[in-house]
Each structure stands twice: as C-alpha cells, then as structure tokens.
Design a protein around this ligand. Structure first.
Ligand code: DON
Length: 312
C-alpha cells in the first residue's frame, strides 16, 4: 500500500518514523565490519536515516546526525569528480558491469587484463582514485572539498585512525593496485595511491551530510549551489552503475528489494537516489556476509514499498 506521495517539505518524515519503529523489531542485524579494527567497535543496533529534498531540506530519524565511516560510499563521489573531468575516456580503464564477486576480489583482473569490472569494487575505485589523483594532485582533498560544499558541513573530515588501521591491514588493496600497475592501468606509485584511497574511505559523515552530498544525482548533475558537476547523461550513467554495481555481489537483490540506485559502505551506510525527487542515507553498522548493512537494506526496502517511489 502506498501511503505517501505528497511533495511538500518534510513529506517523508512520517514514513521515516514508521520505518525507525519497525526496524527496532527487525531480527538479526548482522555484524559490524571487523577486518578494519577501528570499525569493529560500532554497535550493530545503531540506526539513523535521512532524506534530503532537492532544495536542500534535510530531515531524519534515529541517529541521522551521528557521523560514521563512509567507506565505499565515497566511491560514488570520486567517480563523479573524475568523470566530470575526463569524460568517457575513464571507461577505457574501468568497466561498468556487475562483477558478481566480492568487493575485494582479485579473480577477474588477470583474465580481463587489469581492467576492473566497475568503479565500485575496490579495484575499480583504485583506478578512479588514481586517475583523479593524476588530474588534481590530491584526489582525497578534492573529495573532501566537494563533500563539505554539498553538505554545507565545513567540519567534515577524514578519520586518520581508521585510515591507519586500513593501511596496516591493506595487503589485499595493495595487491590489487600492484597487479593493475603491472598492466599499465595505474599511473601513480602504489603507496601514494593507497594513501589517497584509504584516506578517502575513512571520511566520516552523517546520514544528513551524505544525503545532502548525493543531491546532485537526484538533480541530474546539478550541485547544491546551482552549478553543474555532471551532464544529465553522466548523472544517469552514475545512477545506472549504482543500481547495477553499488552493493557488490548483492546488487541484483538490492535492485529487486529497493529499486533505486544505491551505494553501500562497510561502515554500515547506504546512500540511495530517487532521481528528480530526493536522496536518502541510512546507517546501521551490522553487515551481512556481502558487506551491506542488514537494517539499512531493510529500511530502504520499506521506504520504497511504503512510498511507491522507485525507478521502476
Ligand atoms: O577497501 C576497503 O576494504 C574499504 N576501505 C572499503 C570497503 C567498503 O566499504 C566496500 N568496498 N568496496
């Protein structure tokens, strides 16, 4: 049953309140990521959810203003920042097909000549960060500036303890980067690239911040200040890659349940886009075995079911 279709400000607050209430009774909330020790201490029962309207109005429920580790959600923003600069040439270096493999998998890279399947698995994100680094000299800094501007939160920052924790346990990402470098698909030296990538992943932001920062994808490429980051066509492309690849090897199930472009991170956050209408961010640190927030996916599933809003 669709219970909400109005477009007035705070239109979805009653829906969010209902979802927050329902999520308190959800059995099985998964486990916080423990392969990054600094994330392992998160309480899997934490829950926050925010909606940002196209005009920058933002509201939410639960811990929607609590900062958390954005992790792979940042891959959306580095993709957009690089695509805006280099356009279609990017797609010669990273594909746009679902991988069907875990986000940190090495297995396809050898028989696909060092070209990662998509920008949202680690290998693909390393290529995007590398290319943004080549173009700007400070990929992580570009990301931080962009997120501060779009969220209106000048206090957003990296968590250097999380970045150091990942660096200390970063053998898999280092292997991916070196392997792609052997195919000539990485320009920068690997330690520089990994430093940029791990800082990028460590960005700490709230549901409110990330829902606002995602707004350009609901506004067909237009930033919060009215300037254009992406062409309408590029915004469509990023949304499409989010839909098909944004939740790793669970992207099919996410599309089936939620029906929106979305991107998850192992910090337990998920952003989602209703093109032309609003953006969402939900956070709950308990993950399923594929690295997606159990309660986050359930909450977005309920949102699209209750509102009838999806791209289908
Ligand atoms: O590369 C990693 O393992 C993490 N910093 C990011 C992980 C994540 O959120 C999912 N990865 N695509």
């Amino acid at each position: 049953m669709v219970i909400m279709t109005t477009t007035s400000s705070l239109a979805f607050l009653p829906v969010l309140e209902r979802i927050a209430e329902e999520m308190q009774h959800t059995p099985g909330r998964g486990r916080a990521a423990d392969y990054i020790p600094a994330l392992a201490a998160c309480d899997p029962r934490s829950f926050g959810m925010a909606v940002a309207e196209l005009d920058g109005t933002v509201y939410g429920v639960g811990e929607w203003r609590q900062p958390f580790s954005a992790q792979s959600i940042t891959k959306v923003f580095t993709l957009a920042l690089d695509l805006a600069r280099e356009g279609d040439e990017l797609w010669e270096h990273v594909g746009r097909e679902p991988s069907g493999n875990p986000f940190n998998s090495l297995v396809q890279l050898e028989y696909e000549n060092g070209i990662p399947r998509n920008p949202f698995i680690n290998a693909g994100a390393l290529v995007v960060t590398d290319r943004l680094q080549t173009r700007t000299g400070d990929a992580a800094g570009q990301l931080l500036d962009f997120l501060r501007a779009e969220s209106g939160n000048a206090d957003l920052d990296f968590d250097l303890e999380v970045a150091a924790s990942e660096t200390a346990h970063g053998d898999r990402n280092a292997a991916l980067a070196h392997f792609m470098a052997s195919y000539g698909n990485i320009d920068n030296d690997v330690p520089t690239l990994l430093d940029q990538y791990f800082r990028q992943c460590s960005l700490t932001a709230s549901c409110a911040d990330l829902a606002l920062a995602t707004g350009f994808l609901a506004r067909h490429g237009i930033r919060a200040d009215g300037g254009r980051l992406l062409t309408r066509s590029q915004a469509k492309q990023v949304n499409a890659v989010m839909l098909t690849c944004g939740t790793y090897d669970a992207a099919g199930d996410f599309a089936y349940r939620v029906g929106l472009p979305g991107k998850s991170g192992v910090g337990g956050g998920i952003i989602a886009v209703v093109p032309g209408r609003c953006t969402l961010c939900v956070w709950s640190p308990g993950l399923d075995e594929r690295g997606n927030s159990v309660t986050g996916v359930a909450a977005l599933d309920r949102f699209t079911t209750l509102t009838g809003l999806s791209v289908f």
